[in-house]
Design a binder for this molecule. Structure first.
Ligand code: FES
Ligand code: FES
Length: 159
């Protein structure tokens, strides 16, 4: 039987205090305990990038990271990208404008990987964007519109 652990964290700007089993994954915690179902799970093996969220600004795989490991950390999920007034993040707007998704299953992970990239490199080359996305698999759109959307968002953010 898993030990219960107490964690204090921030999720999308909100303080969260919770008790979680030591074997609970971050994706289970986000989706099942907090109702943040925007984080998707596909492989559950840290291979596809679908479950990517940001922990202290860096992309992590929520399918394998344990919820206990976010204790003291700051988590951003796709639900936290838009402003409190509902205005979309420039990346979300650019994905819409460029048709950078079809089924949308990979999109939350793509957005968060791109968010971390643009935070540290406001003008990434196409090569850098493609390299950054190597761990995020899209099965339907193809990567051209996704890369174009990230470039467009980068331009918007630099204005
Ligand atoms: S679901 Fe986490 S990497 Fe695939
Ligand atoms: S839009 Fe369907 S997997 Fe990427």
């Amino acid at each position: 039987m898993a030990t219960e652990l107490s964690i204090e964290t921030v999720v999308n700007g909100q303080s969260v205090h919770a008790t979680v089993p030591s074997n609970r994954t971050l994706s289970q915690f986000l989706r099942d305990d907090l109702g943040l179902t925007g984080t998707k799970v596909s492989c559950a093996l840290e291979l596809c990038g679908t479950c990517t969220v940001l922990l202290d600004g860096s992309p992590v795989s929520a399918c394998t990271l344990l919820a206990a490991e976010i204790d003291g950390g700051d988590v951003l999920t796709v639900e936290g990208l838009a402003g409190s007034d509902g205005e979309l993040d420039p990346l979300q707007r650019a994905f819409l404008d460029h048709g950078a998704f079809q089924c949308g299953f990979c999109t939350p992970g793509m957005l968060l990987t791109a968010k971390a990239l643009l935070a540290r490199d406001p003008d990434p080359s196409e090569e850098t964007i493609r390299e950054e996305l190597h761990g995020n698999i899209c099965r339907c759109t193809g990567y051209v519109p996704i890369v174009e959307a990230i470039q467009a968002a980068a331009r918007e953010l630099r204005r």
